[in-house]
Write a protein that binds this ligand. Structure first.
Ligand code: UDX
Length: 434
């Protein structure tokens, strides 16, 4: 099938490349000409394992092409996916201006029936808006359908998530549109749920809000574990073994970050509010998430007293491992709080030092985790990169000016840390002395 993707960011490019990999003819469109030039050369402007290989292969086979204008990009497409950004405004409300602009341009260029699919994460009822814009702009007699097909890709495993999804949600208002989209997705052999458009839109926000809630819940329980002297890892395992609850997304730590959860929780709250429902549960989810950052500073102060003049080493700047993305990363808030208290910061991350230095050029960046420990008054682990799981703790102890590790991702073995002569504090496994 010929398809077109409007917006060649993380979601758009993964979607386009994977549909091409499945044998479809795909044109990825973006208004950023520089980005299109980079993509035409077979390069990827961001980090996503496995993506470059399939982009190159499918460009080579002629199934994946790029365009910088919507009329050219959608000419032959049967399905047009809208994958442009929907960033949060300062009020938390999602900014739909890019979706609206693109919908207008699609409407003006439409010459024959196409299914226009919103894939960007949008508030419920955006489908109605898109349809209204298309109706106002499209030429007389040209037919179209609007559909909602939310994505559930995680950064770092987006290609795998696309090709092996748990489910595919297709929100439609006509049989014609559903049969086109079912035909497109059938090769993935995944469960397909057909719904109306509004339900599909809600499924996306509700899914991300639920996962964020699960993380905040286990973080709150971890804080209780610290007070009670229990072990959050055992508690999470014991609770998660109940199939109704499940063990995944149940790891306590410094909280969630990234380009989706914080934005989607705040957008969902905003949407609920606008519709007249006060979704207070989500306010607590956000509060707990923020508290997880604050508690790291409180824990540090408990061991070190005033932080003024102290040097704090940070391992992990990305919002999660296997990405260079630092958007809404816990490290951003924690560095800010440390600086406000007069502490000096040095840091290491295997992939995200460049992106982080755009925000904080003044902190010390070092290329080796042990260099972070050298002379520092404490070491904070904020991202669970595999290389931090197996640090030589005796060596760390010798390098630190004060032998303290605050393990914000619960990745170290507490007994080994204590035996190496370290003070060891984690999230929900107590504060241990050597
Ligand atoms: C998320 C959703 O998982 C995905 O379905 C959606 O399409 C986009 O948003 P992503 O932002 O890539 O994906 O990251 P994810 O792997 O879900 O992690 C989000 C954050 O939660 C990270 O900061 C991670 O460290 C944190 N997290 C995750 C926890 O703190 N504990 C957990 O148990 C799981």
């Amino acid at each position: 099938m010929e398809i077109s993707i409007i917006g060649s960011g993380h979601v758009g490019l993964v979607t386009g490349a994977c549909f091409a990999e499945l044998g479809n003819g795909v044109v990825c469109v973006d208004n950023d000409e520089k980005k299109i030039e980079i993509l035409r050369k077979g390069e990827i402007p961001f980090y996503e394992p496995g993506l470059e290989e399939i982009v190159r292969a499918n460009v080579g086979e002629g199934r994946l092409r790029f365009a910088s204008s919507i009329p050219e990009g959608i000419k032959n497409a049967r399905v047009v996916f809208i994958c442009v950004g929907t960033p949060a405004l300062s009020s938390g409300k999602p900014d739909l201006s890019a979706v609206e602009k693109v919908s207008k341009a699609i409407g003006e260029s439409l010459t024959e029936y196409k299914v226009i699919v919103e894939k960007s994460t949008v508030p419920v009822k955006t489908g109605e808006k898109v349809e209204g814009i298309l109706r106002r702009t499209v030429r007389n007699g040209v037919e179209f359908d609007v559909a909602s097909n939310p994505e559930f890709l995680r950064e770092g495993s987006a290609v795998k998530d696309f090709l092996k999804p748990d489910r595919i949600i297709i929100g439609v208002s006509s049989r014609r549109a559903s049969s086109v989209l079912v035909e497109l997705y059938e090769p993935l052999c995944a469960p397909i749920l057909i719904t109306d458009i509004k339900s599909a839109e809600l499924i996306k926000h509700a899914s991300n809000a639920f996962l964020a809630m699960k993380i905040s819940f286990i973080n709150a329980v971890a804080n209780l574990c610290d007070l009670a002297g229990a072990d959050i890892k055992k508690v999470a395992k014991g609770v998660g073994l109940d199939k109704r609850i499940g063990e995944s997304f149940f790891e306590a730590g410094v909280g969630y970050g990234g380009s989706c959860f914080p934005k989607d929780v705040s957008a969902f709250l905003h949407i609920a509010n606008e519709m007249g429902y006060n979704f207070t549960l989500l306010k607590e989810v956000e509060k707990i998430n923020h508290y997880q950052r604050e508690r790291v500073i409180k824990d540090l102060e408990e061991f070190l007293g005033e932080l003024e003049g102290r040097t704090i080493g940070i391992l992990g700047l990305a919002f999660k491992p296997f990405t260079d993305d630092v958007r809404e990363s816990p490290a951003i808030d924690i560095v800010k709080m440390l600086q406000d208290k007069g502490a000096k910061v040095k840091a290491h991350d295997p992939a995200a030092m460049n992106t982080f230095s755009d925000l904080y050029p003044e902190i010390g960046y070092v290329s080796d985790p042990y260099e972070v420990a050298q002379g520092a008054d404490a070491l904070l682990i904020l991202t669970s990169w595999p290389q931090y799981h197996y640090l030589n703790l005796k060596k760390i102890k010798k390098l630190l000016a004060f032998p303290l590790i605050i393990d914000g991702r619960n990745i170290l073995d507490a007994t080994k840390a204590v035996n190496a002569g370290l003070y060891y504090s984690s999230i929900g496994r107590g504060k241990l002395k050597p």
